[in-house]
Design a protein around this ligand. Structure first.
Ligand SMILES: [Zn+2]
Length: 343
């Protein structure tokens, strides 16, 4: 599809969305169901990048608001419907404050052709750096809980840099990982390859941590044979430079870039340059969508996960990335990360 027709359809949808949201507000109708219907209609002529894609970063209801009062735009069943209609291979339900292996089990019962996974955020709500929570996730029926995110919203780096005054979780002290991080990673290695019923492997995803902390965690997890992904290294919540990203890749980690980079010309340019330097074979593009409904610095409804992936693909394509390279970043590398066969 041409960029022009994509843009035209998107603006039509945004305009229609604004009208319907006003209508919904007046009548009490649910905006989310409109968004799902509109996105389904859009999916009819959807971008080929979605066919076989696995979104490893899908925020979805039911979820809590968390410290930033972040609502979610759609829920796990809504995304399953959209993903199936677009021919996606699957997605990973990311929640900062819960484990989602149980949601993944239930979605798979309704959508047996989708490969849906869960994970766990190691923030205060799950006991922080709590190896018992990791073992429990692996023991949930189906064994679909696969990604362990290191501290995000409650991480020291994140709390300090967002002007918050609340308790936080430290992952390293004086250049050394704290014992809690080591025991979480050790628990992951212990259950990896043995999740209940599906014998899945576990993946360490770094959190909202300082770059040097990220590298320590990558080293520890890779040393125990785990697959590792560095969560959005270019966002303010992490802030890695090229040399630090190269070190992570040299240790065998994937770098995950999230679709919000399409928001500004500067962030598109930055991502194009970094992915080009690092090489698409080491990169994964995910949506990080599902953020609360309402404005995101501009008027209009929030993009869905699918919209995010398509916008990211369009931006990369128009900056010279090939379909082969997009397949690596949206389809194959997410599969490899999760220990799945690559089609
Ligand atoms: Zn996110």
């Amino acid at each position: 599809m041409s960029k022009l027709s994509f843009g035209a359809r998107t603006s039509w949808m945004l305009a229609a969305g604004a009208v319907l949201i006003a209508f919904a507000a007046a009548t009490g109708h649910h905006v989310a169901s409109f968004l799902v219907t509109a996105a389904k209609a859009q999916a009819a002529g959807q971008d080929s990048v979605l066919r076989g894609a696995i979104d490893i970063h899908a925020h979805l209801d039911p979820d809590g608001y968390g410290p930033g009062a972040n609502g979610r735009s759609i829920d796990v069943l809504d995304l399953a419907e959209l993903a199936e209609a677009a021919g996606m291979r699957g997605f990973v339900i990311k929640q900062h404050y819960d484990q989602t292996a149980d949601s993944a089990y239930l979605v798979r019962k309704l959508y047996p052709n989708l490969e849906v996974f869960g994970g766990i955020g190691t923030n205060f709500a799950t006991g922080g750096l709590n190896p018992h929570a990791i073992r429990q996730m692996a023991d949930v029926k189906g064994g679909w809980g696969r990604i362990v995110w290191m501290p995000t919203w409650d991480a020291e780096h994140y709390v300090r840099n967002h002007g918050n005054d609340r308790d936080f979780i430290s992952v390293a002290d004086d250049g050394t990982l704290v014992p809690g991080v080591r025991s979480v990673i050790a628990a992951m290695a212990e259950v990896s390859g043995k999740t209940r019923g599906s014998s899945g492997s576990l993946v360490l995803a770094t959190g909202h941590n300082e770059p040097e902390e990220v590298l320590l965690m990558v080293e520890e997890a890779r040393g125990l044979g785990l697959q590792v992904v560095v969560t959005h290294p270019l966002l303010d919540s992490v802030g890695m430079n090229l040399e630090q990203m190269r070190r992570a890749v040299e240790m065998g980690a994937y770098l995950e870039f999230v679709s919000g980079f399409t928001r500004l010309p500067e962030t598109i340019a930055e991502h194009v340059e970094v992915i080009g330097e690092i090489g698409p074979e080491h990169c994964i593009v995910s949506s990080d969508r599902g953020q609360g409904r309402g404005p995101e610095g501009d008027a209009g409804p929030m993009p869905t996960h699918l919209d995010g992936l398509v916008a990211a693909a369009e931006a990369l394509r128009s900056n010279g990335f090939t379909e082969r390279e997009l397949d690596m970043m949206f389809k194959e590398n997410p599969a490899r990360l999760l220990g799945l066969p690559v089609h």
